[in-house]
Design a protein around this ligand. Structure first.
Ligand SMILES: [Zn+2]
Length: 288
């Protein structure tokens, strides 16, 4: 079985990206697994601290392991936006493939110090785990927002990226390049879309020289996704779009079957709704 590093190297070479999708229940998990299986693409699944608290850290790891073992599917588990060393170590011990230590709310200097510590702690548990660090502020919640969070829009510079990577020894970098977590109301129906600074992505990639992740992919212009991937983004995160499809799918099926109470009869429709979003994104991220 290929490791996550193998899969990322291959994606980087082909100038495609590995789709990363979050889950917090079996509906979203099954939707992601079935879409990736059908299209035969490697995929990453992520659980944030909040999602992990609901799913269970070891339970998330067991789910991913079971899919790998049963189907030989290249699926990898990421501890998304981890804010403490204790939670990073917990995920490392449970067998996660990647851990994002997110110190983006700290000062740049403090973020470097804390991320370096996290890299050392995680690698001492398992040196094969990839550690991602994050610089710049792109908001924190994968929700529908009234307005952009304060201070979003300041972009990472190539110089900051290089300094951060050199000091922290991370494997993967998440910069701020016009991306943002969550969706604005105007993006829900596609009246507006997120636009990325492609030139900046290329500069940061050249300076940092490591894998990069585009966070907050939901609602991004299709062409910008493709150009961002060609410019150096090897992992692309999508969460809010899945949550939106989950909610709409659930409302629709409950409304259509007011007397039905068996979850396994109602929820396949919701799996289908979420899966459609994942398929669409995976196809786009893997276009060559
Ligand atoms: Zn993120």
């Amino acid at each position: 079985m290929k490791t996550l590093k193998d899969v990322l190297q291959e994606a980087e070479r082909k100038k495609v990206a590995v789709g990363h999708f979050n889950f917090s229940d079996l509906v979203a998990f099954s939707a992601i697994v079935s879409a990736a299986h059908e299209l035969n693409f490697p995929v990453m699944v992520g659980v944030s601290e909040g999602e992990r608290a609901f799913v269970g850290v070891r339970q998330a790891a067991a789910l991913v392991r079971s899919v790998r073992e049963e189907y030989g599917q290249p699926i990898f588990l990421n501890a998304d936006h981890t804010h403490s060393l204790a939670k990073a170590e917990e995920a490392a011990k449970a067998g996660f493939d990647e851990i994002i230590f997110d110190g983006s709310r700290l000062s740049f200097e403090e973020n470097m110090v804390q991320t370096k510590k996290a890299v050392e702690a995680i690698k001492s548990i398992d040196p094969t785990i990839l550690v991602e660090g994050e610089i710049g502020w792109i908001g924190a919640s994968s929700e529908i927002l009234e307005k952009p969070p304060e201070d979003v829009g300041v972009l990472t510079t190539a110089q900051e990226a290089k300094q951060f990577v050199d000091a922290s020894k991370i494997d993967v970098l998440a910069p701020a390049v016009g991306n943002m977590h969550g969706l604005l109301q105007s993006m829900v129906h596609g009246e507006t879309e997120k636009r990325l600074d492609i030139q900046r992505i290329a500069e940061i990639k050249a300076a940092a020289g490591i894998f990069m992740t585009l966070h907050g992919g939901s609602g991004t212009h299709d062409e910008d996704f493709q150009q961002a991937i060609r410019a150096g983004m090897t992992i692309v995160h999508v969460n809010t779009e899945l949550r939106l499809a989950w909610r709409r799918g659930l409302e629709h099926v409950l409304h259509a079957h007011p007397g039905e109470i068996a979850p396994y009869k109602l929820l396949p429709d919701v799996v289908g709704a979420v899966s459609e979003v994942v398929r669409k994104r995976l196809r786009l991220f893997n276009l060559r």
